[in-house]
Design a protein around this ligand. Structure first.
Ligand code: 5GP
Length: 188
């Protein structure tokens, strides 16, 4: 059985252009330099494609958290890598791949606010997955909304760290997951 493609490369390109248009409009008469923060590792392909379509000045930084194991969220968030830019009093854009339970972004927002006191925090996310939301969290700019609870792989989304390199988003088949499990076991 073949993969169920959720968003093709072409669809992703259109979605990201729409997000970039919204950002470009916000910064048409730019008076300050925002800091765009990529949430590693999942947001990387989205972040890289998005910033190339943004035609204003920005600084970039990276933060890394983890909450997923296999195909589900553990709900326990760990900060693995912190930002290095001085963002106090700055306008911050957190760029995330997906909102699922909302716990990760909720944690990140609170962490950044508490530790760095930026002037504002805007959340930009590629996919807003609604069914499993546990906290009241909404992104300010959303690429697409997914009404079904599907486990996505590709374009940054991983299965135990593999699958991030595909240029489209899909739901892996059972057979594919079994093959990956075998490969991952032999890689230990
Ligand atoms: P949340 O904390 O909102 O439940 O989840 C956010 C994180 O969980 C995302 O940054 C992403 O790493 C991971 N995640 C959520 N849904 C999926 C999914 O469908 N596939 C994969 N591979 N990761 C997901």
């Amino acid at each position: 059985m073949t993969n169920e493609v959720i968003f093709s490369k072409e669809q992703l390109d259109e979605i990201i252009s729409d997000v970039a248009d919204k950002l470009n409009a916000r910064f048409e008469n730019q008076t300050s330099i925002p800091v765009f923060i990529s949430v590693l590792k999942g947001a990387e392909p989205f972040f890289n494609d998005l910033i190339k379509k943004c035609h204003f000045e920005m600084k970039i930084d990276f933060i890394q958290v983890s909450s997923y194991s296999g195909t589900s969220s553990t709900g326990v968030i760990h900060l693995k890598k912190d930002i290095t830019e001085d963002i106090k009093g700055k306008d911050i854009y957190i760029v995330e791949d997906i909102i699922d339970t909302g716990l990760t972004l909720n944690y990140l927002k609170q962490y950044i606010q508490l530790h760095y006191q930026p002037r504002s925090i805007t959340i930009v996310c590629l996919v807003d997955k609604k069914p499993l939301r546990k906290v009241d969290l909404t992104a300010d700019i959303v690429g697409v909304t997914l009404a079904q609870n599907k486990f996505l792989v590709g374009y940054g989304f991983d299965y135990n760290e593999i699958g991030r390199n595909y240029d489209y988003i899909f739901v892996p088949t059972k057979k594919q997951l079994e093959t990956w499990d075998k490969l991952l076991n032999s890689d230990k």
